[in-house]
Design a protein around this ligand. Sequence first.
Ligand SMILES: NC(=O)c1ccc[n+]([C@@H]2O[C@H](COP(=O)([O-])OP(=O)(O)OC[C@H]3O[C@@H](n4cnc5c(N)ncnc54)[C@H](O)[C@@H]3O)[C@@H](O)[C@H]2O)c1
Length: 452
Amino acid sequence: MRTLSVTVNSMDFGAPSEPSGGAHTCRRASVLCAVPTMTDYTPTLSELHRADGPLRVLLLENIHHSAVDLLKNEGFDVDAVSGALKEDELCARIASAHLVGIRSKTQLTQRVLSAAPGLLGVGCFCIGTNQVDLKAANALGVPVFNAPFSNTRSVAELIVAEVVALARQLGDRSREVHAGQWRKVSQGCFEVRGKTLGIVGYGHIGSQVGVLAEALGLRVLFFDVATKLPMGNNHAVTSLEELMSKSDFVTLHVPATPQTHEMIGEREIAYMRKGTYLLNASRGTVVVIPALAQALASGQLAGAAVDVYPEEPESNSDGFVSALRGLSNVILTPHIGGSTVEAQASIGVEVGSSLLKYVRNGATTGAVNFPQIEMPPSSGTHRVLNVHRNVPGVLRDINNIVSELGANIASQVLSTDAAIGYLVMDIEKDVAQSVAQAIAALTTDIRTRVLY
Ligand SMILES: NC(=O)c1ccc[n+]([C@@H]2O[C@H](COP(=O)([O-])OP(=O)(O)OC[C@H]3O[C@@H](n4cnc5c(N)ncnc54)[C@H](O)[C@@H]3O)[C@@H](O)[C@H]2O)c1
């Protein structure tokens, strides 16, 4: 990624214009933005979108009210839907949206993204983003934000609880007592103190699990493809095989990537010692479920805790089918690792704030598919945002336009990835609309708008 930042004073391109008041309107990709023409001016969101009414936000999958409140308080028109939508219905509902918020069930395919010509940004109110066609969003000039940290602790606490629950066969005992059976046994039940926990993927969640597990007296090993600083007395090992063969509990905390797809199958489970335990609260595609079911049925594994599945029901009213159902000492949970009140509230604020910062200032910090820029808001200027195809000469063309129109560039930041360039530019003369229109006419243009 390349980032270029230029700040020049008014001597370079001519003096700023006098304040004139009022607002102009520019239209690009069906989005209307009011362009205030006062030079010493702090924009508010209501002014940014007053030309064609409030910005429209579509929130799916019961996103926490912290996000709904945040966006409504900014004057946005928020349409909050409780479940995920199928592709055809989604295409219809998203058509007029400027922002869309989803969790893990909604698939934002290229077709869906293309059905929303005015879409400015996408918020994934979760950690994973593989439910979005990130490449298509990038090509359309749409940044995608997520919440990488908000539910880390919730998942880590669940895993630690499940390690104890598996060691004590807690799920089975509870089910038996509920059914009126009194089976007081100690056979096959253990303390976790002194046992070894192996963590695959030592990122945000994995490293938190390592910290909490040590407090319970577990010895912690981890394996990660990246070099990671061990927390506390956690210890890195150099291969998956070493980790799995040395651990009493193996817990998976890797992202869904081509490399992690079915990374734990028959061969890998065979690395584990007889009577050990496997936990997966990462992504369903990481584990080959028939291989896990077979290992549990044969007694190779003494138990498992699974929160994520290759195929998950779309809503709470759909049934769940899995070869893991009914097996002894297997804790099955419906993808609730990050589902706590605390996590949902903080995800709402984290992603909602990222969307607001983008709409307000053009800031893309934290976007998973987009060049990152965070330029402080300035007064006395107009801010132009431009997304273009990353080919040589674009910056020269844009600067020629600004120069020919007699505007002064107060600040300019360009950041690029392999496919696109993202340019944020503050200009000091009341020609923002003309500049934006001329830039939008370049063959390299993907999306240009005047923010204020
Ligand atoms: N169950 C839930 O409700 C829930 C909630 C939150 C997150 N998650 C999932 O948990 C997983 C981890 O989240 P995180 O925030 O810790 O992610 P992270 O990106 O912080 O950490 C992932 C780690 O895995 C490592 N890694 C990648 N490929 C690997 C491989 N092939 N072998 C070993 N290590 C590898 C990375 O280097 C990184 O350190 C993600 O898949 C996320 O979707 C699930």
